[in-house]
Design a protein around this ligand. Sequence first.
Ligand code: PEP
Ligand code: MN
Length: 378
Amino acid sequence: MSTLASNPLAADTKLGPVSPWGISQRGCEPLNPPQTAEALAMIIITRPNATEDQIEHIVSRIHGWGLRAEVSRGEMRVVIGVIGPEDKIREKPLGAFPGVESVTPVLKPYKLVSYEFRGMPSKIKIGNVVVGGKEVVLMAGPCSVENEDQIIAIAQAIGKAGAKILRGGAFKPRTSPYSFQGLGKAGLQLLAEARRETGLPIITEVMDTKDLDLVGEYADCLQVGARNMQNFSLLREVGRTRLPVMLKRGMAASIKDLLMSAEYILSEGNFNVLLCERGIRTFETMTRNTLDLNAVPVLKAETHLPVVVDPTHGIGIRQFVPSMALAAVAAGADSIMIEVHNAPELAKSDGEQCLLPGEFADLVSRIRGVAKAIGREI
Ligand code: PEP
Ligand code: MN
């Protein structure tokens, strides 16, 4: 049985109709830039009493003109984002449709990613888990998948403690070429086995376009790591799938850079994107990175995409990870990613910063308290 077939959680998001260029063409065709420098996004907001027929009429007209429409349904209003070449959009009488209240262009350079493009937060489904709703979703697992016993034991422990998504790297971006580089395909197979054992969907890193088909066969969510945040060809390729993608902020990237990189993925048609703050390089030497929690409220205001915080890489020291995880929840993160290992002293990567399963379980109960205090839950 193929792994894809044995992965029901991933099946519905995985191979949906991809962009017109098709998943099978990956790597063979020149990149087709659907959004050129002249691309425009226009926001149509409907009246509170607009009917379904009116909304359908607007959407079918937009499609008939060869433009794209993204429909977001709020409690009172529907927001229709229109995407296409500026000259084509500007000549259309979008304000003339019955049921339309307003039509405004998105002026931000990150058009599809901007909050106003949807007018409401996006909820992204990873397997059967929703990120971006009231629940603060916990992702946890080792830095690297190392062997069967390790990943199964950790998956069971974090699942029992309350994590909803299992993380683990099979392709590892390491500073030194002599450090452990990950188990590759064998690591992905072990993750799939851990998913079968626990029911937890998995997030794992794809480092290179050449591995995307393989990683995409196993992952419920692709991770694009900090070092690849501006690997634009990788961003476009993951944008051509319909798999959820967690894009980590580069260690020397501004918040705007992160948003612009996410725009690459959405511009290819994949709106299933999460943004992750994982710490930036500063002059500070007492911690591995500086977790920029400023980014959380700023991102929540600027984009509809869910925000994940990775305090583990952000501070890089086990003892301090829980404090930063709690602070991240208080700041408004939709999800927290924590590295957990059952034998940190033997870990093949990042042993010094991962929590023990018991420490993770303890942290979960404290996160529950903070989440409750700000009107959220885990
Ligand atoms: C990781 O999640 O293990 C990782 C390598 O993260 P980052 O890309 O943020 O360094
Ligand atoms: Mn790591």
